[in-house]
Design a protein around this ligand. Sequence first.
Ligand SMILES: NC(=O)c1ccc[n+]([C@@H]2O[C@H](COP(=O)([O-])OP(=O)(O)OC[C@H]3O[C@@H](n4cnc5c(N)ncnc54)[C@H](OP(=O)(O)O)[C@@H]3O)[C@@H](O)[C@H]2O)c1
Length: 293
Amino acid sequence: MRVVGVTGASGLLGKAVVLRLEAAGCRVVPFSREPRSAEARKFTAPLDVNGLDAIIHLAGEPIFGLWTAKKKQKILESREAGTRMVVAAIRSAERPPAVLISASGANYYGDRGSEELSEDAPAGVGFLSEVVTKWEAAAATATAEETTRVVMLRLGMVLASEGGAGRLLYRMFRSGLGGRVGSGRQWMPWIHLEDAAALFVHALACQSLDGPVNAASPRSVTNAEFTKAMARVARRPAILPAPAFALRLALGGLSDLALHSIRPNADKAVASGFTFQHPEIREALEDLFGSGG
Ligand SMILES: NC(=O)c1ccc[n+]([C@@H]2O[C@H](COP(=O)([O-])OP(=O)(O)OC[C@H]3O[C@@H](n4cnc5c(N)ncnc54)[C@H](OP(=O)(O)O)[C@@H]3O)[C@@H](O)[C@H]2O)c1
C-alpha cells in the first residue's frame, strides 16, 4: 500500500498510525476538518480519494466529556455520516482504494459478564453499542464495491502516555483517587497504543483479513487486576473503591461504562499473524507511565 489516506490523522491513534505508515515506506495523505499542511485534504463531502491505495478511517467526535443530547448526537453522526461519506467517495472513485480499515469499538458488545466474545457474537444494548453497530454497518457497505476489502478494528481502551482514558486514569491514581470500580470483577478490554497502531498497519497488508476484528490485548484483565497494576505503576495504594465524583470528572459520560464487563478475545487478529508487543497489563503500564507518564 503506497499511498494511504488517514482520517482523524491529528488524533491520538492517528498520529501513531501515521508514524508507523511512514516508517513502512507509505506516503500518507491526512484528512482533517481543518487541513494543516499542503498534502492534507479536507474531511468534507465530496471526499477526494483520488490516487489513494487505501484509507484508514479514524475520525469521530471524542467520547470524553459530558454526554448531553447534543454531544451524543455528534458522537453518532460524526461516525455514521462520516463513514458514509468515506464509503460514498470509495464507491464513486474511478480507481477505488483497495482497502478500508475503519476504527470501531469493543463497546459494540455492551455489558456481557465473563462471556468470551469473538467477532460473531451479537451486538449488545446501550448507546455506544448502537453507535458502533451503525458505524460498522456504514463501513461494511464499502464491500459492495467488490474491489475494496473492509476491516473494522473493535478497539478496547487505547492506553497511551500522550492522552486518552489511560492517561486520565493514571493521573487519577497519582492524585490518590484511583481505585477499583464497583465489584472490580468486570472485564476491561485494553490495548497499548503501539499495538493498536501496528494492528492498523497489519490489517492493511494482510489480504486475508476482513470484517470486524477484536483489537484488544489477548491477556484480558478484570478491573481489579487493572487497578492493582495501575496502583503499582502510579506508586499509590488503591485500597478504597474509586469515588464516583472523581471518575465522572475524569471520564464524563464514559464513567457509567466503567461498570460494563466486556471480554473480547484476540484469536482472529493472532490467527492472521499479528503479534502483540505489549500483551501484559503490568508491563504495558510500566512502559507507558513507569517514568511518570
Ligand atoms: N482511543 C481509544 O481508547 C479508542 C477506543 C475505541 C475506539 N476508538 C476510536 O478510534 C478512533 C480514533 O480514536 P482517537 O483516540 O485517536 O480519537 P481522537 O484523538 O479524539 O481523534 C479523532 C480525530 O477525529 C477528528 N474529529 C474530532 N471530532 C470530530 C467530529 N465531530 N467530526 C469529524 N471528525 C472529528 C479530529 O481530527 P480533525 O480535527 O483533524 O478533523 C481528531 O483528531 C475514534 O473514532 C474512536 O472512537 C478509540
